[in-house]
Structures are given as C-alpha cells and as structure tokens.
Design a binder for this molecule. Structure first.
Ligand code: MF3
Ligand code: CO
Length: 261
C-alpha cells in the first residue's frame, strides 16, 4: 500500500473463529497466486494472468479483495521490470527475461489476505539470468527475515530492520513510500509496516495480529514515480523492482504464514 500517516485505533488481535476464516482466505489467495505465476510465459499477456487468478479465486469460493479499492476491477496487480506496484493488467505480452511481479488479494466471507511474488520469464541470456536470480533471491530472503520477526513482544521496527538489512546487504534499496500493512476485515488496516526502520522501535506486536508483510525494493534508487495511468508506480531511475509479500499471524514463538505457496 501507499504509506500515509495513521492512527492505531483499528489494530486488533483476531479470535480463533476469525483466524480460521483468514486461513481459508489465505489458502485461496496462495493457490490462485501459484496458478497465476505458472501461467507466466513468453507471449502470454498480463490480462491472461489476471484472468487465471480470477477464475481460481471464484472456483475456490473466494472474492476479489481489490474490488474494495474504488475504481479497480481486477484480481491482481501485474508489474514488469521497472514497474514497482499497482500495475493494472493490460494486453502487454511477456518477453524473455522480463521480471514479472503478481500481487493478489482475496476476500473470503469478508476476511482479506494479500500476497505477491516475483519471477523471471524464461529465455534470456545466462549472464543476465544469474544477476536477476540473485536480485529475486535476496527479496525472497528479506521477506522470510521480516516474517521471522513477527512474534509477540517484538515491534514493527524489528520486521522493518530485518528487511532493510537483507536488501541493503546486496546493494539494493527498499522503497520508502510503499509499505506493508495490517490486514483482516479490510485489505489495508493499521499498523503500517515499512521495509526500512530501526529494531526495537514502533508498535508492539501481539499474538493473533494479522499482518501483510511486503518487501518492495529496487536495483537502483528507491525513488518511485506515479505513471500516467494514475495507478502504476515505477522506479524513477528505470532500474528494476521486485515484490514479495505474505500475510501472517503473529505467534508466540513463530509467525504462521497464511499465504505460503
Ligand atoms: N496489494 C496492494 C497493496 O497492499 C494493493 C493493491 S490495491 C489495487 O498495496 F487496487 F491497486 F489493486
Ligand atoms: Co499489500
């Protein structure tokens, strides 16, 4: 989500019944995301990937969470190369070596889960491939580092610092203006979860809180610009961006991942 100042009045732990519904929502989201990612091949369009995601979500009894965003009618956001987030699925067809991210959210009986993953389209030169694979591996690792901090008694800053440390250790940068978020009854709830920050700072995490942890990062500068379509954010310097996101429940010793593929 796009970061903005927020109060914390809506931040809640969920009860057992609510968590069961969120688990179901997460299963639908992760299955649909997996199917959408499998669809990504040279010559396939963003629109077809979104269609696959929609079909899977409906088949499993879920609904499109992004419907709750005024003016948005797709199941996913699809971003390619220098695009960072909120790409509207278009007729654009994938090319060999494209870096494609799919961001997908589901609502099930009014309970939302949100997840995203990045992949490289097959068929590019080996040298480029290695470099891109390292970029994606680092983002994925940063996500697991962040998730490992989502335990009761820790603070939001512990998640942020873990993400930032991993991304910067390889010389990449975390986007500042886009953040993870609480999730549940709504797609975007408090608290905000930046991908940069200091350990030991911020809101204290409680068991049963549900969070969408997002790693949004670039090969170059972290500055982003809003494209002409009014939705898509791209890197200002046109370097490539990656996106990894999972919805988790804060646990006593360990977070539970609801959207693992
Ligand atoms: N998953 C995205 C986020 O957390 C939500 C995109 S909303 C859309 O920011 F309407 F742009 F799809
Ligand atoms: Co999100």
């Amino acid at each position: 989500m796009v970061g903005e100042k927020s109060n914390l009045s809506k931040m809640k732990s969920r009860n057992h019944y609510e968590l069961e519904l969120m688990k179901k929502s997460g299963k639908i989201a992760s299955f649909a995301l997996k199917k959408a990612l499998e669809k990504i091949k040279v010559g396939v369009s963003e629109f077809e990937v979104d269609k696959t995601a929609q079909e899977e979500i409906y088949k499993l009894g879920g609904d499109l969470s992004y419907k709750s965003v005024p003016g948005y009618k797709y199941a996913t956001c699809v971003t390619v190369n220098e695009q960072v987030v909120h790409g509207i699925p278009t007729e654009r067809k994938f090319m060999p070596g494209d870096l494609v991210s799919v961001d997908l959210a589901v609502s099930y009986k009014g309970w939302h889960t949100d997840c995203a993953w990045s992949v490289i389209v097959e068929g590019q030169k080996i040298e480029d491939k290695k470099q891109k694979e390292k970029f994606l591996k680092t983002g994925e690792q940063a996500l697991w580092d962040g998730i490992s901090q989502a335990i009761a008694g820790n603070r939001i800053g512990d998640i942020s610092a873990a993400i930032q440390t991993r991304i910067e250790s390889e010389g990449y940068n975390v986007v500042r203006s886009l953040v993870g978020h609480g999730i549940g009854r709504q797609l975007h709830e408090e608290p905000e979860i930046p991908g940069v920050g200091k350990a030991g700072v911020g809101v204290i995490l409680k068991k049963g809180m549900t969070l969408a942890i997002e790693v949004i990062y670039t090969q170059g500068s972290y500055e982003v610009i809003l494209e002409q379509d009014g939705w898509t954010y791209s890197t200002a310097d046109k370097t490539w961006a990656g996106l990894f996101e999972m919805t988790v429940i804060v646990g006593k010793d360990k977070a539970e991942v609801l959207t693992e593929m």
